[in-house]
Write a protein that binds this ligand. Structure first.
Ligand SMILES: Cc1cc2nc3c(=O)[nH]c(=O)nc-3n(C[C@H](O)[C@H](O)[C@H](O)COP(=O)(O)O)c2cc1C
Length: 148
């Protein structure tokens, strides 16, 4: 990867995937497949959280790649009301190694994060970008490595 300055972008949006559980699973699969393919080529890492109501995503990488990717994501009709929480320079990646990690709806997390209403009434706007970022980082590491 290049030595270009790194930026981090955090946003959330309203999940507009409709249909039954299978349709939802297929949509998520397709989003992750495209993300991992495109992000790896563009030097983007990050993580994606979703539940029935919202998506929240962290993108990190060189600014032009982050901007191009976000531009494309915003056009996607599988979500709406895309709201930017953070776009700022970072010293190092928080999700190095994850072309796109993801956090679904696991019951352990539902319990642990009940206090912030993460999975039921997740309110990224009230939490703010830094808090959303911190939660996503913790959840991604847990879910993908299977350890807290
Ligand atoms: C919530 C959400 C997150 C997404 N995240 C990414 C992403 O990180 N990288 C990406 O390339 N596409 C992402 N996409 C998909 C893009 O909107 C778009 O469908 C895709 O980049 C098209 O890729 P393709 O032309 O290679 O098929 C996301 C879509 C949604 C709805």
């Amino acid at each position: 990867m290049s030595d270009a300055p790194l930026y981090q972008l955090v946003y959330y949006s309203r999940n507009e995937v409709s249909g039954d559980e299978a349709a939802f699973a297929a949509a998520i699969h397709s989003i992750l497949e495209a993300s991992r393919r495109n992000n790896e080529a563009a030097g983007i890492t990050g993580t994606l959280l979703f539940n029935a109501g919202v998506f929240a995503q962290v993108l990190e990488g060189p600014l032009p790649a982050v901007e191009d990717t976000f531009e494309r994501i915003q056009q996607d009709e599988r979500h709406g009301d895309v709201s930017l929480l953070v776009l700022e320079p970072i010293v190092e990646r928080s999700f190095a190694g994850w072309a796109m990690g993801f956090v679904g709806n696991s019951s352990g997390n539902a319990e642990r994060f009940a206090d912030v209403g993460l999975l039921s009434g997740f309110d990224p706007k009230a939490l703010g970008g830094q808090k959303v970022h911190a939660i996503l980082r913790e959840l991604t590491i847990e879910e993908e490595t299977g350890r807290p």
